[in-house]
Design a protein around this ligand. Structure first.
Ligand code: BTN
Length: 324
């Protein structure tokens, strides 16, 4: 969208339910009243519903669900998360853009969000289905002063933050499945991918990627995924605007990240256990070394999943978990 239209939009968003006068727009942006009218018409063609009243001016009635920087930052209460923000229409993977940006010196909390990913990355070399206009495909840059060995705790921390945000905004029963999935009624609604660059004992930066299925209908999934995944809209029976959801996620992530840095992992661990959907349930953990079945009992200080097996409590550091 052109810069002038962005500015007109920002002025209308700023006014909320009130009107912004054509005179104010033309004065602030140095445009003729006819030019303002033409931009308003163009915005309408792009799907924005704008009410025009003769003596009052223009009022934004409905915004198409695009990820808009203004809408995200308008009421954002974070200190740093999302303050530096790149919103893209399409990209191979937001992870790649974030890595590049981090290497160029992006500040902590910088975020990359795209409407679509053509090569979205999942864990274990899998791809991540990221259709346009219907999900939140986001990568956040962190620079935590922690040793590399503690980095897995960041995935668990992020699970708690995103769960809180989704519960707060949707009231849906979101639960955490170790290590990086968020589920609703046992189907995956969000995946988290933590990638880091560091040397020896020092983390240079972390790219925390989150893929959240927001407004994706059942029929839009490839057949092999339909049984395993879901979206917020499928579960709630209504669609959600993504920008306020993104703002809520950034806020909850910043809150929990600060808690993690100041109070350590143990308080996060308790919250994780409260939100986990697998504790007390029999699960099987599979990794290249084999498989182990036991009852999920909690996390240890490193963030490993504790399985109660015949041999006692066993920590699992890396595995795919399934029920039973
Ligand atoms: C998983 O469950 O396997 C993790 C999926 C992570 C997907 C997100 S979408 C935004 C970011 N960009 C990517 O390419 N991947 C992550």
């Amino acid at each position: 969208m052109g810069g002038t239209r962005q500015q007109i939009l920002a002025m209308m968003i700023e006014k909320g339910d009130d009107f912004v006068s054509g005179e104010e727009i033309s004065r602030k942006l140095g445009l003729s009243r006819t030019a303002v009218w033409k931009h308003i018409e163009e915005l309408r063609r792009e799907g924005y519903q704008i009410e025009a009243r003769q003596r009052s001016g223009y009022r934004l009635v409905c915004i198409p669900d695009r990820i808009l920087q203004e809408e995200i930052t308008r009421n954002l209460s974070t200190r740093s998360f999302g303050r530096a923000l790149r919103t893209l229409k399409t990209v191979d993977s937001t992870q790649m853009v974030a890595h590049q940006w981090a290497q160029e010196g992006a500040p902590e909390g910088a975020a990359v969000i795209s409407e679509e990913q053509t090569a979205g990355r999942g864990r274990l070399g899998r791809s991540w289905h990221s259709p346009p206009g219907s999900g939140i495909w986001m990568s956040l840059i962190l620079r935590p002063p922690i040793p590399i060995a503690r980095a897995p705790q960041l995935t668990l921390m992020a699970s708690v933050g995103i769960t809180r945000a989704l519960q707060r905004e949707t009231c849906l029963p979101v639960r955490i499945k170790w290590p990086n999935d968020l589920l609703i009624r046992d189907k995956k609604v969000c995946g988290i991918l933590t990638e880091l660059r560091g040397e020896q004992d020092r983390v240079h930066y972390v790219v925390l990627g989150a893929g959240i299925n927001v407004n994706i209908g059942v029929e839009a999934w490839p057949p092999d995924l339909r049984e395993k995944v879901t979206s917020l809209s499928t579960e709630a029976g209504r669609t959600f605007r993504r920008s306020p959801l993104i703002a809520a996620i950034l806020e909850e992530l910043e809150k929990i990240y600060e808690q993690y840095l100041h109070q350590g992992f143990s308080t996060i661990r308790k919250e994780w256990e409260r939100l986990s959907g697998i504790l007390g349930r029999p699960v099987t953990a599979r990794n290249p070394d084999g498989e182990m079945t036991g009852i999920a009992r909690g996390l240890n200080e490193d963030g490993a999943l504790l399985l109660e097996t015949e041999g006692g409590l066993t920590p699992v550091y890396s595995a795919e978990i399934s029920a039973g």
